[in-house]
Design a protein around this ligand. Structure first.
Ligand SMILES: [Zn+2]
Length: 317
């Protein structure tokens, strides 16, 4: 469902560093916090070579107005040596946040539905390593992984956020799933097996978690540098207003924006409640198999049609 691994190409280290430096130059000196987002994992040596990483960090260190750098990494790529090296290049004037996708605290959801390949213990160790070095861990939660119902999504996210809160990560990012072409979510969406989350569900989750967790919560997922097929939404009447309030909440940390959004009255709320109460669906493993079978059958039909077309062309010749 994300962009990781979706890029094919070869960018030289020099271009990568120059790209980062050019973007940093566009950053006003009044802006003190920066999030440097690569496609997937900043500490993955295949994605960002150690040399390029050092030089990019050096570019940030040169710009003294930057007091906080956020990067994203897979937990598996976090090591004490890499975090310590990053901190020593950044120097004392800039702190480092390392965001890592946990997605779900539930092993089945994380490693089967999302195919994350991440043992919980590995994530916990990465959080410990980051803290021990003097950097700050940030945990990402995927809101509405593939195959989950709306009600399952809410309880999964609440459990995951509460768990991250107990690990004392500095911030918790609720990533509201969006749909991109060429991903599993894209396929499920095209076959009517997936609807991006309702914003009412996002709000219910944000209101139902402990206050300590809400204080460190950020809600993202409505903007992306790559084209999106669909994002979290309600009905056309209320979606935009609620997304704006969610973004204001993330920008300011003021809980009032969440209260205002959740008290908006819109007829689509009834429709959402009906969907929440739907409990006659087969169990999750059955739903996974059914939807994947349907997608596969679709491809088989498509490849049969293509081979029919090809043989018709051959016959015509
Ligand atoms: Zn509405």
């Amino acid at each position: 469902m994300c962009d990781y691994g979706g890029f094919e190409g070869d960018i030289s280290e020099d271009i990568l560093v120059r790209q980062a430096a050019d973007l940093l130059d566009q950053w006003g000196e009044g802006e003190t916090e920066i999030n440097l987002s690569c496609l997937g994992s900043f500490f993955d040596d295949r994605e960002v070579s150690p040399k390029a990483r050092r030089e990019i960090l050096g570019e940030i260190a040169k710009r003294e107005h930057i007091q906080l750098l956020g990067v994203e990494s897979r937990a598996n790529d976090v090591s004490e040596a890499k975090v310590r090296e990053a901190l020593s290049i950044l120097g004392i004037g800039c702190c480092l946040e390392v965001g890592m996708g946990l997605e779900s605290v539930n092993d089945f959801v994380r490693n089967v539905c999302v195919n994350k390949g991440l043992p919980l213990r590995r994530f916990e160790r990465a959080v410990e390593t980051i803290g021990k070095c003097g950097a700050h861990a940030v945990g990402h939660v995927l809101f509405k992984p593939p195959f989950l119902t709306e009600a399952e999504t809410i309880s999964d996210a609440i459990a995951t956020i509460t768990y991250l809160d107990s690990l004392q990560v500095r911030r918790i990012v609720l990533m509201v799933a969006n749909v991109k072409h060429g991903t599993l979510l894209g396929e499920l969406y095209d076959h009517d097996f997936y609807r991006p989350p309702w914003l009412w569900s996002v709000l219910k989750t944000a209101m139902d978690i402990p206050r300590s967790a809400r204080d460190r919560l950020l809600i993202y997922g409505f903007r992306c540098g790559l084209p999106m097929t669909a994002t979290g939404h309600n009905c056309p009447k209320c979606s935009q207003t609620i997304i704006e309030l969610l973004e204001q909440f993330s920008g300011t940390g003021n809980h009032e924006h969440l209260y205002t959004a959740s008290h908006i009255d819109c007829p689509c709320k009834t429709q959402w409640r009906v969907e929440l109460d739907t409990d006659d669906l087969p169990p999750l493993p059955t739903r996974i198999l059914t939807s994947l079978d349907c997608i596969e059958a679709g491809y088989e039909r498509l490849s049969l049609r293509i081979s029919d077309d090809l043989s018709a062309q051959m016959d015509a010749r």
